[in-house]
Design a protein around this ligand. Structure first.
Ligand code: T6T
Length: 346
């Protein structure tokens, strides 16, 4: 009796131990499965990026190429949505497109060129408060200082040209073409757009360094080429001594040189232009334009995706300003094969 009781105890103990071991085994398998599942989920996380350009023009088409390049490099981990290109410059055109593109949710990062330093603050803040990361490319909000606390400092970064420096360099180069003397005129676009305002300021400061040069006037064409042409025509009629014109972007430059050509003043009035469109490059080759500052829109777009992705994936520390450089086209280097990369795409 004692012996059989002992056997029963041994049997019960053995069964419990087997059960305990198999349970432990089960647990290990489950944990491994959970880890693997978590890894799969992390690997499968696809970040959705929205590109919101400022206007339909070769500058932003080229920026999109840089964005597409980086997106292709990142492969399946990112998805790109390109918003409709606004047909005119300004918040009236851009904000409805932005709102429509974000209405369904699911966006992780927006790369946007705000078309107004003020009017885009509220619509973008609303999206930021929904958890969307914002990077402003080409233009910025407020004074562009996202490093200090303010109503407009919520974007992760500004990635774009140092427009003020560019404006100063344009002034220096135009002064060289004019032997540091004479009257110059500035064709600007919109007074609430950071990029062009900074270019104008830089130009004014640059010209002020030449005592025999005078800035006789500034006009605002609202980024409409036809308007730029009309305004430049009127300025040349009003002041026939104008010796040089600076067009701060592609539409203002294209309109300005056209006005000079129509007035029969090609060569007599020097044209300093900004943005390397094929039209302006051709005009430079034909002697209708004298100088072109080429920004690096593809690089700006590429860097926007690169930094945005690093932040979304690893919470990387992103500089508040990322500033790619610029290049100058002149009649001396316009045929240099190394310069071809700086011409914007269509
Ligand atoms: O000059 C570019 C851009 O940098 C600016 O902010 C707006 O105008 C352009 O898109 C050229 O049309």
């Amino acid at each position: 009796m004692k012996k059989s009781l002992l056997w029963i105890i041994i049997l019960v103990l053995s069964i419990s131990m087997v059960a305990a071991f198999s349970l432990a085994g089960c647990k290990t398998t489950t944990a491994a499965e959970t880890t693997a599942a978590a890894e799969t989920t992390a690997a499968a996380k696809v970040f959705t990026i929205l590109f919101m350009p400022g206007i339909a023009d070769p500058f932003y088409f080229t920026m999109e190429k840089g964005i597409q390049k980086k997106v292709a490099e990142l492969g399946a981990s990112v998805k790109l949505i390109v918003a409709e290109y606004p047909k005119s410059w300004g918040p009236e055109a851009q904000v409805p497109i932005l709102e429509a593109a974000t209405a369904q949710g699911g966006i992780d990062l927006i790369l946007i060129a705000p078309t107004s330093t003020d009017a885009l603050v509220a619509p973008l803040k609303k999206l930021f408060d929904q958890g969307i990361t914002i990077i402003t490319v080409d233009t910025y909000l407020g004074d562009g200082d996202y490093s200090k606390d303010s109503d407009y400092s919520f974007p992760l970064s500004y990635i774009g040209t140092d427009n003020k420096l560019g404006g100063q360099k344009v002034a220096e180069n135009l002064a060289k073409l004019l032997n540091s003397k004479g009257k110059v005129y500035l064709m600007n676009t919109n007074p609430d757009t950071s990029s062009v305002v900074d270019r104008g300021k830089g130009f004014e400061e640059g010209i002020a360094n030449f005592p025999d040069m005078t800035l006789v006037g500034t006009d605002w064409c609202m980024d409409v080429q036809q308007k730029a042409q009309e305004l430049a025509t009127a300025a040349l009629q009003k002041d026939p001594d104008i010796a040089g014109i600076f067009g701060v972007n592609l539409f203002s430059s294209q309109g300005s040189y056209q006005a000079v050509v129509n007035a029969g003043l090609t060569g007599a009035v020097k044209i300093a232009s900004w943005d390397a469109t094929q039209d302006l490059i051709n005009a430079l080759k034909e002697g209708k334009v004298d100088l072109i500052l080429a920004q690096k829109p593809a690089e700006i777009g590429f860097l926007g995706v690169e930094w945005g992705y690093k932040y979304l994936k690893d919470k990387a520390e992103v500089p508040k300003k990322v500033i790619p450089g610029f290049e100058f086209f002149t009649k001396e280097n316009v045929d240099d094969p190394d310069m071809a990369q700086f011409i914007y795409s269509k």
